[in-house]
Design a protein around this ligand. Sequence first.
Ligand code: TRP
Length: 435
Amino acid sequence: MQREKFGSKFGALVVIAGAAVGLGNIWRFPYMVGTNGGAAFIIIYLIFVALICIPCMVAEMSIGRRSSRDAVGAFSVLAPQKPLWKGAGFLYVLIPTLILSYYCVIGGLTIDYFLRSLGICLPQSSAMSVFWMVVFLLITAGVVIGGVQKGIERFSKVMMPLLFLIVIFIAVRAMTLPAREGASATALDGVRFLFKPDFSKVTMKTCLDALGQAFFSLSLGSGVLMTYGSYVRKKDSLFNTASSIAISDLVFALIAGCAIIPAVFALNADPMAVLSNNTDSALVFNILPQVFPMMPLGGILEAFFFFALIIAALTSSVSLFEVPVCCAIEQTKLSRKAACAIVAVVIFLLGLLSALRGTTLNFIDALCANWLMPLGGLLALIFVGWTMKKSDFEDELTNGGMHLAHPRFLKVLRFAICYLAPTGVLAVFLFQLLK
Ligand code: TRP
């Protein structure tokens, strides 16, 4: 059976960027930057992305593309004599399944808030969270059923540029807001808060926060890059794809920062209190709906904003859904339709736990983001650095010798994959343990 591939370079880029761009960019990044020394944090973030995250992305994608298989099949193909690695393959199917089970609940919430911004207010209850989760899950499954090119790629090619335009539009509006009466700061103070470098705030914790944020934002260690990597055409460069995605992800995060932080500054009497009291997605769901009505044309902006959140969440959930679906298709020879139906039922059952109890949602979130994803990243690095044939890896990077890579470039990248990146990930682990 001919395996599907992305149709074009641009297609691969928007699909993988779609997986990377999510709530992490829109809320988590601006907050982290603002409280960790502004531009100083961004510089550290950039260094980690270049030295640790891009090598890690390349490693995961090369496992996928070399084997041209789903996450479980990949390890059986590349290391047939090492059954333990096949176990690792199951981990890369388990992680996205777990993430998706609570991601659908949050995704459902974005639909609810979008409708609210249009004036359609349905009551909020546990039963309604389950309802919105099912709606979100069905849309996700509907995109994935269409297949890689006709479903996921076509969807992302429309949605990602649209998302970009909406976020730019909101950022321009936010940065030009006049200060409201009683506000102690202006929108420009918000921009200053984001970008003014303050190296005195940089500590060991800042560095580890930067690395953790970069890891999360680029969706590393979750199996998504492996499966999406297996759809990248043989003639496209993995390194260029990975770096373009890392850059787009950062640009998105910066623009989102310019959309959210200045609005909070211009419209709140005490912006710092608002920011430091809302260290999670509460800002997006609780504070912003109060901020928008204060702006001229706020109602329309609010609708646009929540629509953008739906898109960001959907392109990510599609990527998470595709991993178990691809595995089910290739391991059991099910049709895509049947695989989507089975995965949807499993996610629904798991999702009930998160929809009905907020503490379960937070627990699975912390388990995945703090432990399983770094573990997934670490294993991928160890596999490519120490187990996979060196010639296989070089073949993937140079596309079978088609792109001549400078020998020094290959050496540096290999050093990053074998030593630098694993050390960085281990540091994040240790930091979690000590916390
Ligand atoms: N990168 C996403 C964000 O910035 C979150 C995320 C982490 C994710 N791992 C993922 C999304 C895997 C999709 C697939 O919000």
